[in-house]
Write a protein that binds this ligand. Structure first.
Ligand SMILES: Nc1nc2c(c(=O)[nH]1)N[C@H]1C(S)=C(S)[C@@H](COP(=O)(O)O)O[C@H]1N2
Ligand SMILES: [Mo]
Length: 522
């Protein structure tokens, strides 16, 4: 550092600090203004959402595979690091003159404004947060850069007492201002985060109380699971239900503000609101939902009693025109989904507009106030959460979000099975059963077979069947010798199809292959 003393060049750490603090101020102020106006218009989150949309599919798949439901958290951390590095670069570019760094800070601000405005549900006013962020970032950069230069000029390289004193003063000024900016950015960001959570969607949810269906699902029979042996419980508690979506922030849509427009290739366009939807016959059905990105043995599989309105009835009222082979649905934040009309109108399938899970209003992360579910289809072609628009169209005319990203168009859920106990490399007593789940929505599970160490396939005991649209647990009692073992499982559905051992990747339309687990018997 001594080489730069008294020179007109800022030291590396000081210039880097100026840059980092400028971007921190920008992010904090942007997050605060967004918290006051529209939380999702936070430039930080908008850039994150933009990054999700631009991420190549292979990387997205890698992220979901490696980080699971933490993928969004990892993304935010990663973004924080990248943005901080951009700040460092801006600072270093301005060791002599403030212009290059300032230009970079402004450029970052413009990227933020762009990211906010390309959101599908963006309103012009939403740019305010990003514009504020740009102003704060540029202002802080100019201020701190000037103070740093002043300190540099008056640096302790001068011999005179006066010079040393001036150096002390300017040094203190820079320190105090930097600390103030750092603290201010932190407080602003935290305040924005707090304000973002204040939207009254939880109050709207709580006001609904328990949702009692007109046609309840039958009680879950005894013997519907082998939870005591390590299978999942038949009904997944709402808090444990798997979650998959592309949202960094959850849409905040109150029941009283919800509307669904059904339009396109229909005889009569319909718009229904919450009161109208809930005045209809509310039917409760148990259903196992599955994500196409689930790996063999993966966790994206859960079951709930869903309460809602039969979608086929609504579409009959609207009158679907011939040729409309796609039901194209959009959520309030612009995510889109294409489902085959044929599946939605199929009376055996019971596609629903859902308002409750296990008698509770939909949790916000599962689509409050209204989502769609279609038995037998993977979530990405059927499970639109926060649904607000339904257009009858053709597959030729419109491509939904994941179809644009190389995932399949037709995506019926594949017959699959999983070993839940023992877990991979778990140690187990030799007299405990091996247990797990199998699923083949719309078809039903006929049989599950298990083999240990490549031996004979043995037929497992099955749990009481609740419906063809829900998972079925299996259990294989036995006694295994101490040591290392491998178990494999395969299911046969009621059409007679047995799972293939051929491994396929989840993309484009669901993984295949037998799940196998290595474990040790004590
Ligand atoms: N609005 C919206 N709906 C969505 C998604 C999404 O990203 N956005 N993801 C879909 C996918 S891929 C799946 S598997 C299901 C998951 O529903 P869950 O999170 O309630 O389990 O929601 C579907 N609905
Ligand atoms: Mo999914």
């Amino acid at each position: 550092m001594s080489t730069s003393r008294g020179s007109s060049r800022l030291s590396v750490p000081v210039s880097a600090l100026v840059g980092v603090l400028a971007v921190a101020a920008a992010l904090g102020v942007g997050h605060l203004i967004a918290g006051l106006l529209t939380p999702a218009a936070s430039p930080f989150l908008a850039v994150g959402n933009g990054a999700i949309d631009l991420t190549p599919t292979w990387l997205k798949n890698f992220a979901v595979r490696s980080f699971g439901s933490n993928d969004k958290f990892v993304l935010l951390i990663g973004m924080g690091v990248v943005i901080a590095l951009a700040g460092v670069v801006a600072g270093l570019a301005s060791r002599r003159s403030r212009l290059p760094g300032l230009a970079l800070v402004v450029l970052l601000g413009v990227v933020g404004i762009g990211a906010v405005l390309v959101r599908p549900d963006a309103a012009p006013l939403d740019a305010l947060a990003a514009v504020g962020a740009l102003a704060a970032g540029a202002g802080v950069f100019v201020l701190l850069h000037r103070l740093a230069m002043a300190r540099q000029a008056a640096g302790p390289g001068t011999d005179s007492d006066a010079g040393a004193k001036a150096g002390d003063v300017s040094r203190r000024r820079l320190l105090v201002s930097s600390a103030a900016v750092a603290a201010g950015a932190g407080v602003a960001g935290a305040a924005g985060q707090f304000l973002a959570g204040r939207v009254d969607v939880e109050a709207s949810r709580a006001a609904l109380g328990r949702i009692v269906p007109d046609v309840p699902a039958p009680a879950v029979p005894a013997g519907a699971d082998f939870a005591a042996d390590g299978s999942p419980s038949f009904i997944t508690p709402n808090s444990d239900f798997y979650r998959v979506d592309v949202n960094l922030t959850l849409p905040q849509l109150r029941a009283q503000d919800w509307r669904l427009r059904i339009h396109g290739m229909v005889e009569r366009e319909l718009t229904i609101d919450w009161a109208e939807l809930t005045s209809r016959k509310l039917v409760e059905l148990p259903l196992t939902m599955t994500c196409v990105s689930n790996e063999v043995g993966g966790p994206y599989l859960s079951t709930a009693n869903f309460t809602g309105v039969m979608l086929a009835d609504l579409l009959k009222e609207a009158g679907v025109r011939p040729g409309a082979d796609q039901v194209f649905t959009t959520s309030v934040d612009g995510w889109t989904c294409g489902s085959p009309t044929e599946a939605i109108l199929d009376p055996r399938r019971q596609a629903m507009l859902v308002i409750a899970m296990n008698r509770e209003p939909l949790p916000v992360e599962h689509g409050f106030p209204v989502r769609m579910v279609v038995p037998g289809l993977y979530g990405f072609v059927s499970g639109t959460k926060w649904i607000t628009d339904m257009e009858l169209t053709t597959f030729g005319a419109k491509q939904a979000y994941w179809l644009q990203r190389d995932w399949g168009r037709r995506a019926p859920i594949k017959t699959m099975s999983r070993i839940d106990y023992p877990g991979s490399f778990e140690r187990m007593p030799g007299d405990r059963p091996i247990t797990g789940v199998a699923w083949a929505q719309t078809k039903g599970i006929q049989q599950v077979q298990v083999r240990v160490d490549g031996g004979e396939w043995r037929v497992a005991e099955l749990s009481t069947e609740v419906s063809k649209d829900t998972w079925r647990m299996w259990r294989l009692p036995g006694r295994l010798a101490p040591g290392l073992h491998t178990a494999e499982v395969r299911a046969t559905d009621r059409t007679g199809y047995t799972q293939t051992d051929q491994r396929a990747m989840p993309i484009p339309d669901g993984a295949t292959g037998w799940h196998s687990v290595q474990f040790t018997v004590q």
